[in-house]
Design a binder for this molecule. Sequence first.
Ligand code: AMP
Length: 125
Amino acid sequence: MPVKGTGEYDDTNIFARILRGEIPCRKVHEDQWSLAFHDINPQAPTHVLVIPKARYISWADFSARAGEAEIAGFVRAVGQVARDLGLEEPGYRLLANIGEHAGQEVPHLHVHLFAGRGLGPMLAR
Ligand code: AMP
């Protein structure tokens, strides 16, 4: 039974190409499970993307198929990036766009990390 929110992974998406080293990124963290790099079009003074290295489209896909170590590795990487960048105080925002209504542009799971100024309300009014 396929998991809703999953589908055929597109190996030509931009993050797959970054992971293969075909296009550059401004890396901030890499480990066995995850890669983090600066967003090319930052929406805040600090805007970093954290992605799992394996081929996952969405949160549904990742949470259904990834192994325990992989999930733990990814979650720890998000926390480590925030700590390494010194963002605990005065804080930061995590955000993941999943699917059409969220405006997900790149079909490889990614968590945005925003920081460096007051970030305003959670959603545009
Ligand atoms: P989303 O709308 O959540 O799918 O976000 C995709 C994000 O990827 C956007 O914030 C883009 O600015 C960012 N992005 C697209 N191409 C690149 C790239 N080559 N390097 C870094 N970030 C990128």
